[in-house]
Write a new protein. Structure first.
Length: 83
C-alpha cells in the first residue's frame, strides 16, 4: 500500500524548526498562501524568509488582495510551539 509510506517517513523525521508563520483572515486564505508558497522554488522560499512582509507584493502577487500578518513570535524551535 503506497498510501502508508508517507506517514512512516514523516513519523521518524519530525519538524526541527519553524522558519516563518503567517496569520490569515480565513482558512481558505491560509490554504491559498500555503499552496502558493509550496509552488515557489527553494531560492524564492529562502528569500521569503528574509523578507516575510513582502509575501504578497513580490513573491506571490496573485494573493495581493489577501491580508497576512507575520507572527515572528512563533518562529524558531518547535519546542516553543509545543510548550
Amino acid at each position: 500500500m503506497q498510501g502508508r509510506k508517507g506517514a512512516r517517513y514523516t513519523h521518524s523525521r519530525r519538524i526541527q524548526e519553524v522558519k516563518m508563520v503567517w496569520e490569515a483572515e480565513s482558512y481558505a486564505s491560509a490554504a491559498r498562501l500555503e499552496y502558493a508558497i509550496k509552488q515557489l522554488k527553494r531560492e524564492d522560499k529562502q528569500s521569503l524568509i528574509q523578507r516575510p512582509e513582502d509575501v504578497t507584493l513580490i513573491f506571490i502577487p496573485a494573493l495581493e488582495e489577501e491580508s497576512y500578518q507575520v507572527r515572528k513570535e512563533y518562529c524558531g524551535a518547535v519546542s516553543k510551539l509545543i510548550s
